[in-house]
Design a protein around this ligand. Structure first.
Ligand SMILES: Nc1nc2c(c(=O)[nH]1)N[C@H]1C(S)=C(S)[C@@H](COP(=O)(O)O)O[C@H]1N2
Ligand SMILES: [Mo]
Length: 251
């Protein structure tokens, strides 16, 4: 393992010098390397981050956008409160930010739309074996967290969603490294239009260095926590609890 890690590091460095992102993408795209990074013996999340973790995900051109972007998982929400909000075009919807914060927030969509925006064309990779390239826009999650102000004990960012999975409210979580990654945004626009319900209206997470199931749709509330224990199944997300998927789904 040590030897192959060194070799990986060497490949990463070879991509540097104006082509750093291309180098990392090539590294990520190699199936053998993805396999190694994904689940090789003892290659921990920390080691993966040392290799490629802080890099940006590849960004594409408009011409690369998929003509059809599949909607997956929940494509609608049963909850009557959500349906009432949707019926009014989410005019009364508010994103709550609470838990281990200095200033709990309740942000209407108008506030989210007027914050500084990031737009990114990225590839979404679902574990079920499909990918699609789409354009996403919204404020960086880091900006929303800065508005709320984290308390020192905050370690995890939990996204509480309006839909359910196997009888429980849908949720996902990430750590502060992914939360403050520049491409981690709260997207309210997709492919130049308001986010459709099937894709998670009015707001969904884009956490571009992780697999599709981490990109929580229908986000209603963001909770800062010191631990994931005691929350639903305790594994940090609906897919983790119900299907045993990895909590850290780095790509
Ligand atoms: N709230 C919620 N978020 C979710 C899901 C879901 O079922 N509910 N499915 C996940 C999965 S498995 C994928 S691949 C993506 C699909 O996003 P899309 O519908 O925009 O393609 O959303 C993720 N986020
Ligand atoms: Mo997925």
């Amino acid at each position: 393992m040590i030897v192959s890690r060194r070799r990986l590091l060497g490949m990463g460095a070879a991509g540097a010098g104006g082509l750093l992102l291309g180098g990392c993408d090539a590294l990520n795209a190699d199936p053998a390397v993805r396999e190694t990074l994904g689940h090789a013996e003892g290659l921990t999340m920390r080691a993966q981050r040392l290799l490629v973790g802080q890099a940006l995900a590849r960004e594409f051109r408009e011409a690369d956008m998929s003509p059809v972007f599949r909607a997956n998982g929940s494509i609608s929400v049963e909850d009557p409160a959500y349906r009432a909000l949707a019926a009014r075009g989410f005019a009364d919807w508010q994103l709550r930010v609470d838990g281990l914060v200095q200033r709990p927030l309740a942000l209407p969509l108008s506030a989210i739309r007027t914050m500084p925006q990031r737009e990114q064309i990225t590839r979404h990779d679902c574990v079920e074996g499909w990918s699609a390239i789409g354009k996403w826009q919204g404020p960086q999650l880091s900006a929303v967290l800065a508005m709320a102000g984290l308390l020192p004990a905050a370690r995890y960012v939990v996204f509480h969603c309006a839909d359910r999975m196997e009888g429980r409210p849908y949720y996902e979580s990430i750590d502060l490294i992914d939360a403050f990654h520049p491409q981690t945004i709260l997207a309210w626009r997709m492919n130049g239009q308001a986010l459709p319900i099937a894709h998670g209206a009015p707001l969904r997470l884009r956490v571009e260095r992780q697999l599709g199931y981490k990109h929580a749709k229908f986000v209603m509330r963001i909770e800062l926590r010191d631990s994931l224990a005691g929350l639903y199944g305790g594994k940090g997300g609906s897919w983790e609890d119900a299907r045993g998927y990895q909590w850290y789904a780095g790509i």
